[in-house]
Design a protein around this ligand. Structure first.
Ligand SMILES: Cc1cc2nc3c(=O)[nH]c(=O)nc-3n(C[C@H](O)[C@H](O)[C@H](O)COP(=O)(O)OP(=O)(O)OC[C@H]3O[C@@H](n4cnc5c(N)ncnc54)[C@H](O)[C@@H]3O)c2cc1C
Length: 374
Protein backbone atom coordinates (compact mmCIF):
# COMPACT_ATOMS: atom_id res chain seq x y z
CA UNK A 1 0.00 0.00 0.00
CA UNK A 2 1.31 3.43 -0.93
CA UNK A 3 2.87 5.09 2.11
CA UNK A 4 1.88 2.37 4.61
CA UNK A 5 1.90 -1.30 5.53
CA UNK A 6 0.42 -3.85 3.13
CA UNK A 7 -3.27 -4.45 3.65
CA UNK A 8 -5.64 -7.14 2.46
CA UNK A 9 -8.61 -4.85 1.81
CA UNK A 10 -9.45 -1.19 1.31
CA UNK A 11 -12.91 0.03 2.27
CA UNK A 12 -13.98 3.36 0.77
CA UNK A 13 -16.38 5.04 3.22
CA UNK A 14 -16.51 5.08 7.02
CA UNK A 15 -20.26 5.50 7.44
CA UNK A 16 -22.11 2.70 9.20
CA UNK A 17 -21.83 0.36 6.19
CA UNK A 18 -18.12 0.89 5.54
CA UNK A 19 -17.37 0.64 9.26
CA UNK A 20 -19.37 -2.58 9.55
CA UNK A 21 -17.67 -4.10 6.48
CA UNK A 22 -14.22 -3.18 7.78
CA UNK A 23 -15.06 -4.53 11.26
CA UNK A 24 -16.34 -7.82 9.87
CA UNK A 25 -13.37 -8.29 7.55
CA UNK A 26 -11.00 -7.52 10.44
CA UNK A 27 -12.74 -10.18 12.53
CA UNK A 28 -12.13 -12.63 9.69
CA UNK A 29 -8.40 -11.87 9.86
CA UNK A 30 -8.01 -9.23 7.15
CA UNK A 31 -5.86 -6.12 7.60
CA UNK A 32 -8.05 -3.28 6.39
CA UNK A 33 -7.55 0.36 5.40
CA UNK A 34 -10.67 2.52 5.54
CA UNK A 35 -10.61 5.68 3.43
CA UNK A 36 -12.99 8.50 4.28
CA UNK A 37 -13.06 12.21 3.53
CA UNK A 38 -15.20 13.09 6.57
CA UNK A 39 -18.04 14.63 4.60
CA UNK A 40 -21.08 13.71 6.62
CA UNK A 41 -23.18 11.14 4.78
CA UNK A 42 -26.49 9.45 5.57
CA UNK A 43 -25.15 7.91 8.79
CA UNK A 44 -24.68 11.35 10.32
CA UNK A 45 -28.17 12.45 9.28
CA UNK A 46 -30.35 9.45 10.09
CA UNK A 47 -32.55 8.29 12.91
CA UNK A 48 -30.76 5.16 14.14
CA UNK A 49 -33.86 3.03 14.52
CA UNK A 50 -32.95 -0.66 14.51
CA UNK A 51 -36.18 -1.93 13.03
CA UNK A 52 -37.30 -5.20 11.56
CA UNK A 53 -38.88 -4.04 8.28
CA UNK A 54 -40.92 -6.53 6.30
CA UNK A 55 -42.18 -4.92 3.13
CA UNK A 56 -40.82 -7.82 1.14
CA UNK A 57 -39.27 -11.17 2.13
CA UNK A 58 -35.71 -10.11 1.29
CA UNK A 59 -35.95 -6.95 3.37
CA UNK A 60 -37.34 -8.93 6.29
CA UNK A 61 -34.71 -11.67 6.06
CA UNK A 62 -31.84 -9.16 6.04
CA UNK A 63 -33.20 -6.95 8.81
CA UNK A 64 -34.04 -9.91 11.08
CA UNK A 65 -30.57 -11.41 10.48
CA UNK A 66 -28.82 -8.10 11.05
CA UNK A 67 -30.76 -7.36 14.23
CA UNK A 68 -29.62 -10.73 15.61
CA UNK A 69 -26.03 -9.69 14.90
CA UNK A 70 -26.54 -6.27 16.52
CA UNK A 71 -27.87 -7.95 19.66
CA UNK A 72 -24.64 -9.93 19.93
CA UNK A 73 -22.61 -6.72 20.29
CA UNK A 74 -24.86 -4.12 21.91
CA UNK A 75 -23.82 -5.29 25.38
CA UNK A 76 -20.21 -4.30 24.58
CA UNK A 77 -21.02 -0.92 23.06
CA UNK A 78 -20.03 2.16 25.07
CA UNK A 79 -22.67 4.54 26.44
CA UNK A 80 -21.92 7.04 23.68
CA UNK A 81 -23.50 4.69 21.15
CA UNK A 82 -26.77 5.32 23.01
CA UNK A 83 -28.19 1.89 22.33
CA UNK A 84 -31.57 1.19 23.91
CA UNK A 85 -33.69 -1.94 23.46
CA UNK A 86 -36.87 0.12 23.47
CA UNK A 87 -38.83 -1.88 20.90
CA UNK A 88 -41.09 -0.46 18.21
CA UNK A 89 -44.78 0.27 18.66
CA UNK A 90 -46.57 0.22 15.30
CA UNK A 91 -49.79 2.20 15.54
CA UNK A 92 -53.13 1.47 13.90
CA UNK A 93 -55.20 4.60 13.43
CA UNK A 94 -58.28 2.88 12.05
CA UNK A 95 -59.81 -0.47 13.02
CA UNK A 96 -59.13 -1.89 9.54
CA UNK A 97 -55.38 -1.37 10.07
CA UNK A 98 -55.42 -4.06 12.76
CA UNK A 99 -55.63 -6.58 9.92
CA UNK A 100 -52.37 -5.10 8.57
CA UNK A 101 -50.89 -5.37 12.05
CA UNK A 102 -51.87 -9.05 12.24
CA UNK A 103 -50.35 -9.75 8.79
CA UNK A 104 -47.17 -8.06 9.91
CA UNK A 105 -47.11 -10.10 13.13
CA UNK A 106 -47.49 -13.32 11.13
CA UNK A 107 -44.70 -12.37 8.68
CA UNK A 108 -42.31 -11.48 11.51
CA UNK A 109 -43.16 -14.75 13.29
CA UNK A 110 -42.09 -16.70 10.19
CA UNK A 111 -38.61 -15.21 10.67
CA UNK A 112 -38.67 -15.96 14.41
CA UNK A 113 -39.25 -12.30 15.32
CA UNK A 114 -41.58 -11.88 18.29
CA UNK A 115 -44.39 -9.29 18.13
CA UNK A 116 -47.64 -8.85 20.03
CA UNK A 117 -50.93 -7.30 18.95
CA UNK A 118 -52.22 -4.65 21.35
CA UNK A 119 -55.72 -3.35 21.93
CA UNK A 120 -56.47 0.37 21.97
CA UNK A 121 -56.50 0.25 25.79
CA UNK A 122 -53.12 -1.49 25.96
CA UNK A 123 -51.57 1.08 23.60
CA UNK A 124 -52.98 3.94 25.67
CA UNK A 125 -51.67 2.39 28.90
CA UNK A 126 -48.17 1.85 27.44
CA UNK A 127 -47.85 5.26 25.79
CA UNK A 128 -50.20 7.74 27.47
CA UNK A 129 -48.85 10.68 25.41
CA UNK A 130 -50.50 9.27 22.27
CA UNK A 131 -53.81 10.79 21.27
CA UNK A 132 -56.97 8.99 22.25
CA UNK A 133 -58.97 6.97 19.77
CA UNK A 134 -56.25 4.90 18.11
CA UNK A 135 -57.42 1.44 17.12
CA UNK A 136 -54.52 -0.54 18.61
CA UNK A 137 -51.02 -1.52 17.67
CA UNK A 138 -48.27 -4.06 17.26
CA UNK A 139 -45.32 -4.14 19.63
CA UNK A 140 -41.98 -5.51 18.40
CA UNK A 141 -39.85 -5.78 21.54
CA UNK A 142 -36.61 -6.85 19.83
CA UNK A 143 -36.18 -3.55 17.93
CA UNK A 144 -34.05 -0.76 19.34
CA UNK A 145 -32.24 2.48 18.70
CA UNK A 146 -28.65 3.67 18.63
CA UNK A 147 -26.61 6.72 17.68
CA UNK A 148 -25.24 5.61 14.34
CA UNK A 149 -22.23 7.96 13.90
CA UNK A 150 -20.87 6.83 17.24
CA UNK A 151 -21.65 3.18 16.51
CA UNK A 152 -19.64 3.48 13.27
CA UNK A 153 -16.68 4.94 15.17
CA UNK A 154 -16.97 2.17 17.76
CA UNK A 155 -16.94 -0.57 15.11
CA UNK A 156 -13.72 0.86 13.64
CA UNK A 157 -12.09 1.11 17.08
CA UNK A 158 -13.32 -2.31 18.23
CA UNK A 159 -11.19 -4.02 15.59
CA UNK A 160 -8.02 -2.49 17.08
CA UNK A 161 -4.90 -2.38 14.92
CA UNK A 162 -6.47 -4.53 12.20
CA UNK A 163 -8.14 -1.37 10.85
CA UNK A 164 -6.22 1.68 9.77
CA UNK A 165 -8.27 4.80 8.97
CA UNK A 166 -6.92 6.99 6.17
CA UNK A 167 -8.34 10.47 5.76
CA UNK A 168 -8.68 11.42 2.12
CA UNK A 169 -10.98 11.60 -0.85
CA UNK A 170 -11.04 8.70 -3.28
CA UNK A 171 -11.18 10.19 -6.76
CA UNK A 172 -10.67 7.10 -8.92
CA UNK A 173 -10.57 3.32 -8.82
CA UNK A 174 -7.69 1.61 -10.62
CA UNK A 175 -6.96 -2.11 -10.91
CA UNK A 176 -7.01 -3.27 -7.23
CA UNK A 177 -6.19 0.27 -6.11
CA UNK A 178 -7.79 3.52 -4.98
CA UNK A 179 -6.42 6.90 -6.05
CA UNK A 180 -6.78 9.76 -3.59
CA UNK A 181 -7.17 13.46 -4.32
CA UNK A 182 -3.81 14.23 -2.66
CA UNK A 183 -1.98 11.95 -5.11
CA UNK A 184 -1.60 8.89 -2.89
CA UNK A 185 -2.55 5.51 -4.30
CA UNK A 186 -3.62 2.70 -1.97
CA UNK A 187 -3.47 -0.86 -3.25
CA UNK A 188 -5.02 -4.10 -2.02
CA UNK A 189 -6.42 -7.25 -3.62
CA UNK A 190 -9.89 -6.36 -2.33
CA UNK A 191 -11.53 -2.94 -2.65
CA UNK A 192 -14.96 -2.45 -1.05
CA UNK A 193 -17.04 0.52 -2.17
CA UNK A 194 -19.19 1.61 0.77
CA UNK A 195 -19.35 5.33 0.15
CA UNK A 196 -23.09 5.76 -0.23
CA UNK A 197 -24.55 7.96 -2.96
CA UNK A 198 -21.17 9.20 -4.12
CA UNK A 199 -20.40 5.73 -5.50
CA UNK A 200 -22.23 6.96 -8.62
CA UNK A 201 -19.26 9.27 -9.31
CA UNK A 202 -16.57 6.67 -8.64
CA UNK A 203 -18.33 4.10 -10.84
CA UNK A 204 -19.39 6.70 -13.44
CA UNK A 205 -22.78 5.07 -13.33
CA UNK A 206 -26.09 6.24 -11.83
CA UNK A 207 -26.67 3.12 -9.74
CA UNK A 208 -28.21 4.99 -6.81
CA UNK A 209 -30.98 7.53 -6.48
CA UNK A 210 -31.29 10.05 -3.65
CA UNK A 211 -34.27 9.87 -1.35
CA UNK A 212 -34.15 12.96 0.80
CA UNK A 213 -35.47 12.88 4.36
CA UNK A 214 -36.21 15.55 6.98
CA UNK A 215 -35.80 15.14 10.73
CA UNK A 216 -36.50 17.47 13.66
CA UNK A 217 -35.38 17.22 17.28
CA UNK A 218 -36.81 18.81 20.41
CA UNK A 219 -35.16 20.18 23.49
CA UNK A 220 -34.64 17.83 26.47
CA UNK A 221 -37.67 16.88 28.56
CA UNK A 222 -38.41 14.31 31.28
CA UNK A 223 -38.93 10.93 29.58
CA UNK A 224 -42.55 10.40 28.58
CA UNK A 225 -42.33 8.06 25.58
CA UNK A 226 -40.87 4.54 25.89
CA UNK A 227 -41.00 2.97 22.43
CA UNK A 228 -40.06 4.11 18.97
CA UNK A 229 -43.53 5.05 17.74
CA UNK A 230 -44.36 4.51 14.06
CA UNK A 231 -47.63 4.53 12.16
CA UNK A 232 -48.48 1.36 10.28
CA UNK A 233 -48.72 3.40 7.09
CA UNK A 234 -44.95 4.06 7.31
CA UNK A 235 -44.11 1.13 5.03
CA UNK A 236 -46.19 2.58 2.20
CA UNK A 237 -44.41 5.92 2.57
CA UNK A 238 -40.99 4.27 2.76
CA UNK A 239 -41.54 2.31 -0.42
CA UNK A 240 -43.22 4.94 -2.54
CA UNK A 241 -41.29 5.05 -5.80
CA UNK A 242 -41.92 8.70 -6.63
CA UNK A 243 -43.13 12.02 -5.26
CA UNK A 244 -42.94 13.15 -1.63
CA UNK A 245 -44.56 11.61 1.43
CA UNK A 246 -44.55 11.87 5.21
CA UNK A 247 -45.30 9.36 7.96
CA UNK A 248 -45.40 9.54 11.74
CA UNK A 249 -42.20 8.24 13.32
CA UNK A 250 -40.98 9.47 16.73
CA UNK A 251 -38.05 8.27 18.78
CA UNK A 252 -37.42 9.08 22.44
CA UNK A 253 -33.68 9.77 22.65
CA UNK A 254 -31.84 8.76 25.83
CA UNK A 255 -31.13 12.49 26.30
CA UNK A 256 -34.87 13.20 26.80
CA UNK A 257 -35.17 14.70 23.31
CA UNK A 258 -37.84 13.60 20.84
CA UNK A 259 -36.50 12.86 17.38
CA UNK A 260 -39.27 13.39 14.84
CA UNK A 261 -39.53 11.92 11.35
CA UNK A 262 -40.08 11.21 8.64
CA UNK A 263 -40.30 12.39 5.06
CA UNK A 264 -39.27 10.96 1.72
CA UNK A 265 -38.60 12.91 -1.45
CA UNK A 266 -37.04 11.58 -4.63
CA UNK A 267 -34.13 13.14 -6.53
CA UNK A 268 -33.79 16.26 -4.39
CA UNK A 269 -30.07 16.37 -3.67
CA UNK A 270 -29.61 19.72 -1.95
CA UNK A 271 -29.64 19.90 1.82
CA UNK A 272 -32.16 22.75 2.15
CA UNK A 273 -35.32 22.32 4.21
CA UNK A 274 -38.55 22.02 2.26
CA UNK A 275 -40.74 24.02 4.62
CA UNK A 276 -44.18 22.78 3.44
CA UNK A 277 -42.98 19.16 3.63
CA UNK A 278 -41.41 19.73 7.05
CA UNK A 279 -44.65 21.33 8.23
CA UNK A 280 -46.66 18.35 6.96
CA UNK A 281 -44.29 15.98 8.77
CA UNK A 282 -44.61 17.89 12.05
CA UNK A 283 -48.40 18.12 11.73
CA UNK A 284 -48.52 14.37 11.22
CA UNK A 285 -46.44 13.85 14.35
CA UNK A 286 -48.60 16.22 16.35
CA UNK A 287 -51.70 14.40 15.12
CA UNK A 288 -50.46 11.28 16.98
CA UNK A 289 -48.68 13.07 19.85
CA UNK A 290 -50.63 16.26 20.65
CA UNK A 291 -48.12 17.19 23.40
CA UNK A 292 -45.58 17.95 20.69
CA UNK A 293 -47.29 21.30 20.19
CA UNK A 294 -45.97 22.34 23.62
CA UNK A 295 -42.35 21.26 23.01
CA UNK A 296 -39.51 23.32 21.56
CA UNK A 297 -37.92 22.03 18.38
CA UNK A 298 -34.28 23.08 18.46
CA UNK A 299 -33.00 21.76 15.14
CA UNK A 300 -34.25 20.48 11.79
CA UNK A 301 -32.09 18.93 9.10
CA UNK A 302 -32.12 16.77 6.00
CA UNK A 303 -30.20 13.73 4.81
CA UNK A 304 -29.99 11.69 1.64
CA UNK A 305 -30.77 8.00 1.56
CA UNK A 306 -29.10 6.10 -1.29
CA UNK A 307 -31.67 3.93 -3.02
CA UNK A 308 -31.04 1.18 -5.57
CA UNK A 309 -33.62 0.65 -8.33
CA UNK A 310 -35.42 -2.12 -6.42
CA UNK A 311 -34.86 -0.72 -2.92
CA UNK A 312 -32.63 -3.59 -1.76
CA UNK A 313 -28.92 -3.18 -1.03
CA UNK A 314 -26.29 -3.96 -3.66
CA UNK A 315 -23.93 -6.44 -2.02
CA UNK A 316 -21.21 -8.30 -3.80
CA UNK A 317 -18.73 -8.46 -6.61
CA UNK A 318 -18.74 -5.94 -9.42
CA UNK A 319 -19.55 -8.06 -12.48
CA UNK A 320 -16.50 -6.86 -14.44
CA UNK A 321 -13.81 -6.23 -11.85
CA UNK A 322 -12.99 -9.21 -9.66
CA UNK A 323 -11.16 -7.05 -7.10
CA UNK A 324 -14.09 -4.63 -6.62
CA UNK A 325 -16.94 -5.30 -4.16
CA UNK A 326 -20.00 -3.15 -3.55
CA UNK A 327 -21.83 -2.47 -0.28
CA UNK A 328 -24.28 0.20 -1.43
CA UNK A 329 -27.93 1.21 -1.67
CA UNK A 330 -29.03 0.72 1.92
CA UNK A 331 -31.64 3.43 1.56
CA UNK A 332 -33.58 4.07 4.77
CA UNK A 333 -32.50 0.91 6.57
CA UNK A 334 -28.71 0.89 6.53
CA UNK A 335 -28.18 1.25 10.25
CA UNK A 336 -30.42 -1.76 10.86
CA UNK A 337 -28.91 -3.86 8.10
CA UNK A 338 -25.23 -2.85 8.48
CA UNK A 339 -23.98 -5.91 10.35
CA UNK A 340 -26.00 -8.32 8.22
CA UNK A 341 -24.81 -6.75 4.97
CA UNK A 342 -21.22 -6.78 6.21
CA UNK A 343 -21.43 -10.45 7.17
CA UNK A 344 -22.86 -11.40 3.77
CA UNK A 345 -20.22 -9.41 1.92
CA UNK A 346 -17.37 -10.85 4.00
CA UNK A 347 -18.66 -14.38 3.32
CA UNK A 348 -18.64 -13.66 -0.43
CA UNK A 349 -15.13 -12.21 -0.35
CA UNK A 350 -13.90 -15.16 1.71
CA UNK A 351 -15.81 -17.63 -0.48
CA UNK A 352 -17.72 -18.97 2.50
CA UNK A 353 -21.38 -19.97 2.66
CA UNK A 354 -23.56 -17.03 3.80
CA UNK A 355 -25.73 -17.52 6.89
CA UNK A 356 -28.81 -16.40 4.94
CA UNK A 357 -29.56 -16.58 1.23
CA UNK A 358 -27.75 -13.58 -0.27
CA UNK A 359 -29.07 -13.92 -3.82
CA UNK A 360 -31.68 -11.08 -3.56
CA UNK A 361 -28.95 -8.55 -2.75
CA UNK A 362 -26.21 -9.46 -5.24
CA UNK A 363 -24.80 -6.30 -6.81
CA UNK A 364 -24.60 -7.75 -10.31
CA UNK A 365 -28.36 -7.32 -10.80
CA UNK A 366 -27.87 -3.55 -11.04
CA UNK A 367 -25.68 -3.80 -14.13
CA UNK A 368 -27.59 -4.23 -17.35
CA UNK A 369 -26.45 -7.00 -19.68
CA UNK A 370 -25.59 -4.55 -22.47
CA UNK A 371 -23.23 -2.58 -20.20
CA UNK A 372 -21.32 -5.77 -19.46
CA UNK A 373 -20.85 -6.72 -23.10
CA UNK A 374 -18.82 -3.57 -23.92
C1 LIG B 1 -33.35 11.09 7.33
C2 LIG B 1 -32.84 9.69 7.41
C3 LIG B 1 -33.33 8.81 8.38
C4 LIG B 1 -32.84 7.51 8.48
N1 LIG B 1 -33.28 6.71 9.48
C5 LIG B 1 -32.82 5.43 9.58
C6 LIG B 1 -33.26 4.59 10.63
O1 LIG B 1 -34.01 5.00 11.52
N2 LIG B 1 -32.80 3.30 10.65
C7 LIG B 1 -31.96 2.81 9.70
O2 LIG B 1 -31.62 1.64 9.76
N3 LIG B 1 -31.50 3.61 8.71
C8 LIG B 1 -31.91 4.89 8.63
N4 LIG B 1 -31.49 5.70 7.61
C9 LIG B 1 -30.63 5.13 6.58
C10 LIG B 1 -29.20 5.04 7.00
O3 LIG B 1 -28.81 6.24 7.67
C11 LIG B 1 -28.33 4.77 5.77
O4 LIG B 1 -28.82 3.65 5.07
C12 LIG B 1 -26.89 4.49 6.17
O5 LIG B 1 -26.43 5.47 7.04
C13 LIG B 1 -26.01 4.41 4.94
O6 LIG B 1 -24.69 4.30 5.39
P1 LIG B 1 -23.47 4.25 4.37
O7 LIG B 1 -22.27 3.95 5.20
O8 LIG B 1 -23.80 3.41 3.21
O9 LIG B 1 -23.39 5.72 3.74
P2 LIG B 1 -22.94 7.12 4.38
O10 LIG B 1 -23.40 7.23 5.78
O11 LIG B 1 -23.42 8.15 3.41
O12 LIG B 1 -21.37 7.06 4.43
C14 LIG B 1 -20.57 7.23 3.30
C15 LIG B 1 -19.20 7.68 3.78
O13 LIG B 1 -18.32 7.64 2.67
C16 LIG B 1 -17.56 8.83 2.62
N5 LIG B 1 -17.25 9.05 1.21
C17 LIG B 1 -18.12 9.19 0.18
N6 LIG B 1 -17.46 9.34 -0.97
C18 LIG B 1 -16.15 9.29 -0.67
C19 LIG B 1 -14.96 9.40 -1.44
N7 LIG B 1 -15.01 9.58 -2.77
N8 LIG B 1 -13.78 9.31 -0.81
C20 LIG B 1 -13.70 9.13 0.55
N9 LIG B 1 -14.80 9.02 1.33
C21 LIG B 1 -16.01 9.10 0.72
C22 LIG B 1 -18.45 9.92 3.21
O14 LIG B 1 -17.67 10.97 3.74
C23 LIG B 1 -19.20 9.13 4.31
O15 LIG B 1 -18.49 9.17 5.53
C24 LIG B 1 -31.90 7.04 7.53
C25 LIG B 1 -31.38 7.91 6.57
C26 LIG B 1 -31.83 9.23 6.51
C27 LIG B 1 -31.24 10.16 5.50
Amino acid sequence: MGGGRGVDAIVVGAGIIGAACAWRLAREGYRVSVVDDCRAGATAAGMGHLVCMDDNPAELALSAYSLRLWREVTGRMPQACAWRGCGTLWLAEQANEMAIAEQKRARLAEQGVAAELLTAEQVAAMEPMLRQGLAGGLRVPGDGILYAPQAARWLLADAGVAIDVVQGEAIALDEAAVRLADGRELAAPVVVLACGLRANDLLSQPLLRAKKGHLAITDRYPPRVRHQLVELGYGASAHASDGASVAFNVQARPTGQWLIGSSRQFDSVDSSLDMPLLAAMLMRAQHFLPTLAQLNIIRCWTGLRAASADGLPLLGAHPRHTWLWLALGHEGLGVTTALGSAALLAAQIGRQAPEIDDSPYLAARAFAAEELSV
